[in-house]
Ligand binder design. Structure first.
Ligand code: SAM
Length: 264
């Protein structure tokens, strides 16, 4: 492994399974979009991706930047590959998008910030497809449907912002070095480029799921008076005994509109 020791603090589990690498390449959308990779690591996935498309990769670890610069010196010189030495979440803080033009995000993500990265990519107006390896349990939350126990704000946000969300395949711990303690999955999300969600709606969802196993009406009592909750539930035909995971994404959206209109 080129004398590089994997660093836990950066969530480094390097993919060593060629069949999985090829599986990710096969899942690449057939389009003209630019590519962005987050966490290229030792560059094994990058090496395959850059053969197909021009791309940018964000890597936070200084030790890996040196390895990547020498491995991809030709691609960097010919501008086919741009390597950015930065924490990707910080990169997003300074700008709305990681690329000026439509792009697809393909990555074996560091698990400790995977959820934040996906949420950020869902908000990025230029990102069209998200194909990422993450912990299976987290992937299931992004594709969960109403009434499933995994259905949460992540499933709602994903349903409201995408036209397709799927797990492509699972990846066992042995496919990595070092092996993580959990099974991973390749999550595929195709965004509806016409949609976006306000921060205020996301805060509303957070309140709705503040205690996921309690009744939704109880969670909402931190935001609204009891009479207001009853009025909204009755207008939308929502049973007051429902738990947060038993209410559909579309009803959350309608509920929020009523709350907002009530405030105005
Ligand atoms: N792509 C490589 C592979 O498949 O073997 C490495 C994947 S490893 C799970 C995650 C990578 O993300 C590591 O290279 C790590 O240094 C990098 N990373 C961790 N935190 C990051 C951050 N905030 N911004 C950019 N890269 C990060």
């Amino acid at each position: 492994m080129e004398n590089i020791k994997a660093k836990k603090k950066y969530g480094q589990n390097f993919l060593i399974d060629k069949a999985v690498l090829n599986g990710i390449i096969q899942a690449m959308p057939n389009n003209n979009n630019y590519l962005v990779e987050i966490g290229p690591g030792l560059g094994d996935l990058t090496e395959k991706l850059v053969k197909y498309k021009d791309m940018t990769a964000y890597e936070v670890d200084t030790d890996l930047i040196g390895v990547l610069r020498s491995k991809f010196q030709d691609e960097i010189a010919s501008n086919r590959f741009k390597l950015v030495h930065k924490d990707v979440l910080q990169a997003w803080e300074g700008q709305n998008t990681l690329h000026e033009g439509k792009y697809d995000l393909i990555a074996n993500l560091p698990y400790y910030i995977a959820t934040n990265i996906i949420l950020r990519a869902l908000e990025d107006a230029n990102c069209e497809h998200i194909i990422v390896m993450i912990q299976k349990e987290v992937a299931q939350k992004f594709i969960a449907k109403v009434n499933e126990k995994e259905f949460s704000s992540l499933g709602i946000i994903s349903q409201l912002l995408t036209t397709d969300s799927r797990i492509l395949f699972d990846v066992p711990p042995e496919s990595f070095n070092p092996a993580p303690k959990v099974v991973s999955s390749i999550l595929y999300l195709r965004k509806d480029m016409t949609k976006s969600l306000s921060d205020d709606f996301k805060k509303f969802l957070k309140a709705c799921f503040s205690q996921p196993r309690k009744k939704l009406s109880k969670n909402l009592s931190s935001l609204l008076e009891k009479a207001e909750i009853s009025k909204i539930f009755s207008a939308l035909n929502i049973d007051e005994n429902k738990r947060p995971h038993e209410v559909s994404a579309s009803l959350y959206s309608q509920m929020y509109t009523k709350v907002k209109n009530g405030r105005e």
